[in-house]
Design a protein around this ligand. Structure first.
Ligand code: ADP
Length: 173
């Protein structure tokens, strides 16, 4: 067994169905460690990069999946988490279940709460979990910067970045 990371996304349908607490409780059974967490409003650019493989493999559904993850059908929020520990990918994917909620074991998250939307054809399957170490690395580096993670899981380098950022207008500290 290898120590791995796995990116978990609680997708917009998971958030509107108030499934966050349930999913976190199920995932806590794995005894894996959360080393990063944030709520994200997903941009088109991030959605396209995250689902780059889907563009090649399933082009017929790509545009609607982009809309789904950006929140066009539910809410424009996704909860992104990084889990870290032994065999993280398999443990989490076992709890998530198969991509197609109709094929997923009914005891899994996707089997319990997912659906295929009759109009869009999108498999609204509540959560995402990385499916390999290589994809976990790619996805984690897409969704998180090194300073947002509590463990040093991949090599980093120092770079001076000057960009405009929003800051608090009335910070009294
Ligand atoms: P997974 O999320 O299980 O790794 P994929 O990377 O193949 O699966 O697909 C990404 C997401 O796109 C799925 O989670 C699902 O929401 C949607 N999706 C994938 N394949 C289909 C399909 N054939 N029809 C509708 N939606 C799909």
């Amino acid at each position: 067994m290898a120590v791995q990371e796995c990116l978990v996304l609680i997708k917009p349908d998971g958030l509107v169905k108030s499934l966050t607490g349930f999913i976190l409780t199920e995932l806590a059974e794995t005894k894996l460690k959360i080393i990063g967490a944030k709520v994200v409003s997903v941009s088109k650019e991030l959605a396209e990069l995250h689902y780059a493989e889907l563009k090649q493999n399933k082009p017929h559904i790509f545009e609607n999946v982009l809309k789904y993850i950006q929140g066009e059908y539910h809410t424009n929020r996704v909860l992104a988490l990084i889990y870290h520990g032994e065999d993280a990918i398999q443990k989490i994917r076992d709890i998530a279940g198969k991509t197609n909620p109709e094929e997923a074991d009914p005891t899994t998250i996707r089997g319990k709460f997912g659906r295929i939307h009759s109009k869009t054809g999108v498999m609204e399957n509540v959560m995402h979990a990385s499916d390999s170490e290589a994809n976990a690395k790619r996805e984690i580096q897409l969704w998180f910067s090194p300073d947002e993670i509590t463990e040093k899981i991949y090599p980093t380098k120092k770079e001076k970045i000057t960009e405009e950022k929003n800051v608090w207008a009335n910070n009294s500290l």
